[in-house]
Design a protein around this ligand. Structure first.
Ligand code: ADP
Ligand code: GLC
Length: 482
């Protein structure tokens, strides 16, 4: 029996576009290792990393049904560290170059693709010998599952004890489509109202999940509070406030099996808080790899890794680059996203050869190299549900400069506290961002106390173990038999 079934559109190392993939690569295994019988179900994309995993076909023609009857799905299974991971396959939906969008925008049929995914999950789960105690869906792509379960409970006793949890990793992505597409979901008209699936006349998948799940969680306690107000609520603050009694913030962890400089297959040498010699070597390597001046070996080098989007404050970074470049420092940027910001960054790189390096693209090994090789990590997010890159930066001894929002507040102890692990600024404003960087640069000059901050940051522990316990407690509080 699967006690907890995770439903997700990404799971590292099979698929990943950001933090959701990382979380799904770690949290289910963490529960599994605690003895909870856990499984994950996710789409089978054309471009995914299945290397070395034996893939078994479980169903070749699972009937998914209405509204495209007789549409079918294939279900595959992989045994991942002893935990079953299931894949929903249907070539014309998932065998594409990207997961959700191209540079020119979202795939036109995203609504249909993820209705299909959620329906396939429910049809497949119905064939299990026993129902899962909890079905835990993540983000809008999986958000119809709680609603399907809500209605299925009325019809089939099979589902009567199954609880649903919907986790919001980013409230800005809601899966909002034309109201006409609601019919394709197969949900009854009784779900079509302002406290259900309807949102200003549109069909809103995330809202549907919030309305019909037994519990809603998000990925940090601060973000759980922020989204109840208009500034961060993305229009859903009303429905969230209505359901605030079932809303909980559980801080993400970091997967230190993947992100730890003591044992990182992507680094030229490893290091720890007790022996930082290797970090210097990593810095030399990263400077070489990014064609940076070797004079920067003894000067602070700043790093940014992330989606090149407004959420991540990339526009503020672009605006202050000329001011930063007046200082004797280096800056490395890795990311992809908004074409205009990418072009602006690449143009700026021409003006500061050897001191500003921009790599447009998504490259796992370079992300590790930057975390290890830089001195200061930049994360000027406008909002941040949790943020994992700053948690990795702490472990890699690269104190972050970040906006005091969401999970950044919950993970960084700001300077000048004697316990400081990084620097924060009150709100997304480029002047405040620049002065926080200046504060970090002057703190960097005091080498002795800087090294102490680096060690403190590295010794911080954000393991999944603690978060997994909180999830288990929440499932039990719902009455799930785990
Ligand atoms: P978000 O999920 O909002 O993008 P997180 O900080 O939670 O932000 O997680 C981002 C994850 O994606 C991290 O693992 C980070 O290293 C990775 N990442 C983001 N951009 C890139 C990139 N261009 N190349 C490689 N990894 C990236
Ligand atoms: C989202 C958020 C990010 C969070 C990640 C994993 O992508 O933007 O803050 O860390 O999900 O939960």
């Amino acid at each position: 029996m699967h006690e907890v079934l995770f439903v997700t559109s990404e799971m590292y190392p099979f698929s990943k576009t950001g933090g959701l993939g990382d979380v799904m690569g770690a949290l289910p295994l963490s529960l599994h290792n605690k003895g909870v019988n856990t499984a994950v179900i996710t789409p089978l994309y054309g471009r995914m990393n299945l290397d070395g995993n034996k893939v078994r076909l479980v169903y070749s023609d699972l009937h998914v049904g209405y509204p495209w009857s007789p549409i079918t799905a294939e279900i595959y299974q992989v045994d991942y560290h002893g935990m079953p991971v299931y894949f929903v396959g249907r070539g014309e939906y998932f065998d594409r170059r990207h997961y959700y969008n191209t540079h020119t925008g979202d795939y036109f049929d995203n609504c249909e693709r993820f209705i299909f995914f959620c329906r396939a999950v429910m049809k497949w789960a119905r064939l299990l010998p026993e129902p899962p105690a909890v079905i835990h869906s993540h983000d809008w792509q999986s958000s119809l599952v709680p609603a399907y379960l809500h209605y299925a409970r009325y019809e089939e006793s099979f589902w009567k004890n199954t609880k649903s949890v919907a986790t919001i990793h980013n409230l800005a992505f809601q899966g909002r489509f034309s109201g006409r597409l609601f019919n394709d979901s197969g949900l009854p008209m009784s779900a079509w109202h302002m406290d259900g699936a309807e949102f200003h006349g549109d069909f809103n998948m995330l809202k549907t999940g919030i309305a019909y799940s037994d519990a809603v969680t998000t990925v940090s306690p601060t973000y759980a509070e922020e989204i109840l107000g208009p500034e961060f609520g993305c229009g859903l603050e009303g429905i969230l406030a209505k359901h605030s009694g079932k809303l909980l913030g559980i801080l993400n962890g970091a997967d230190y099996k993947v992100w730890d400089p003591r044992d990182d297959k992507f680094l030229p040498c490893c290091y720890s808080s007790a022996n930082l010699k290797g970090k210097r070597e990593c810095k030399k390597t990263v400077l070489r790899e990014f064609y940076m001046s070797d004079q920067l070996e003894d000067r602070p080098v700043l790093g940014f890794i992330g989606r090149i989007r407004d959420q991540k404050g990339v526009d503020m970074l672009i605006d202050i680059i000329p001011r930063l470049m007046e200082k004797e420092i280096g800056l490395i940027v890795l990311g992809e996203g908004n074409l205009m910001y990418e072009a602006q960054l690449l143009e700026l790189m021409e003006s500061y050869p050897g001191r500003l390096s921009v790599q447009v693209g998504y490259t796992e090994d370079l992300a590790h190299a930057i975390q290890a090789g830089c001195d200061i990590f930049l994360m000027p997010s406008r909002y941040e549900p949790c943020g994992l890159t700053q948690i990795y930066a702490l472990r890699y001894g690269t104190p972050p400069v970040a906006t005091a929002v969401g999970g950044l507040c919950d993970t960084i102890t700001p300077y000048p506290s004697p316990e400081a692990t990084g620097f924060t600024f009150a709100k997304a404003d480029k002047k405040l961002f620049l002065s926080a960087i200046e504060q970090a640069l002057s703190a960097w000059e005091d080498r002795e106390s800087w090294m102490k901050m680096v060690q403190r940051a590295m010794d911080k522990e954000f393991s999944w173990d603690r978060s997994a316990d909180e999830y288990i407690r929440m499932y039990r509080d719902l009455g799930a038999r785990i």
